[in-house]
Design a protein around this ligand. Structure first.
Ligand SMILES: N[C@@H](CCC[C@H](N)C(=O)O)C(=O)O
Length: 320
């Protein structure tokens, strides 16, 4: 069999997209692990499976680099949004995900020459049971010092719906990854708090409408960006008054996105807007062993490099 794949990224969070008519036709976890190996064309952060849906124009499933399946992927959904909108020649669609049918839409370019899409991020819950996460007998962790994690970071636990631990930090915890890597490795290993692991993000407030977010992703490790994490970080920053705007620019190691966050009496409306860059089209034969038959790079990454350069001018001071 010859499989047609797209290599794509949202804010530098890199994925393969494969569309299937039969979800039962392959071990997607095994394929995802193989595709994401760093010595295999540079690897990726995950596999996005596009399949038929009775609830939307298509269904998206998310396989992490370690083969685990996640309930949601914000950067990936923007790329699937572009794939589906271009396939059906529409500018808006509804995509079925594990826990919600989400609206996606083509948007004006976030930066010159950058294909841009928005995606709804839902459902949202601050209840620890939704992650799941255990901490003493608490029902929620909301902007609190957790002494077992750190004595100078205020953490919030939230699911969107994949699990996130959001820490608002001072510059010393952004300047290097040591503390974040140690805590993330603990919470994604054998531990008493997060049985299924958790995405861990450190958030540095830049000004009243922008933050910097670095994420250690469950099932992957540090990535250039995590869309659900950036959106969750913008929501937490808005709720806790770290930013005053409802439209938050979120800078990250892979560039920047826009997060629109509205919250009122426990109701949350979240939208993630950013690039959907297609970097290559590939053919994979799966007869005996998996072999690449062709790799055709697009010219889209060059335009994206300009966005990265712009973002770096805004955040370079954090790493001096
Ligand atoms: N990078 C994705 C999130 C992918 C899933 C995550 N690693 C998890 O296991 O929850 C995003 O852009 O949201």
């Amino acid at each position: 069999m010859l499989m047609q794949l797209h290599k794509v990224h949202g804010s530098g969070n890199t994925f393969y997209i494969f569309e299937t008519t039969d979800e039962k036709s392959m071990d997607w976890s095994k394929l995802g692990v193989w595709l994401c190996q760093k010595d295999n064309l540079g690897g990726a952060d995950g596999l996005l499976l596009v399949a038929p849906s009775k609830k939307g124009l298509a269904k998206m499933r998310v396989i992490n680099a370690d083969g685990s399946e996640a309930s949601m992927c914000g950067n990936g959904l923007r790329c699937v949004a572009r794939y589906i909108c271009e396939k059906y020649n529409v500018s808006k669609a509804y995509i079925e995900t594990m826990k919600a049918v989400l609206m996606v839409q083509k948007e004006p370019s976030i930066f010159e020459g950058i294909p841009t899409y928005s995606v709804e991020i839902a459902p949202v819950s601050f209840d620890l049971v939704s992650l799941p996460m255990l901490y003493k007998n608490k029902q929620q962790i909301r902007n609190e010092i957790i002494e077992e994690f750190a004595d100078d970071i205020s953490f919030t636990a939230v699911s969107v719906p994949n699990p996130h631990l959001i820490g608002i930090v001072r510059s010393d915890k952004i300047a290097n990854t040591h503390h974040q890597e140690s805590l993330s490795s603990t919470l994604n290993g054998d531990n008493e708090y997060c049985q299924d692991g958790v995405n861990v993000s450190y958030v540095y407030p830049m000004d009243e409408d922008s933050i910097y977010v670095r994420t250690y992703e469950r099932g992957v490790g540090f990535t250039n960006a995590c869309g659900t994490a950036m959106t969750a970080s913008a929501l937490v920053s808005s709720i806790e008054g770290v930013v005053s705007a409802s439209k938050v620019t979120v800078y990250n190691p892979g560039g920047f996105v826009q997060c629109h966050v509205h919250h009122n009496a426990g109701n949350y409306v979240l939208k993630l807007i950013g690039n959907a860059t297609f970097v290559a089209e590939l053919e994979l034969s799966t007869e005996k062993e998996w072999l690449w038959q062709s790799v055709k790079e697009t010219d889209e990454q060059k335009a994206y490099e300009s966005l990265i350069t712009y973002a770096e001018t805004k955040t370079a001071y954090l790493f001096i």
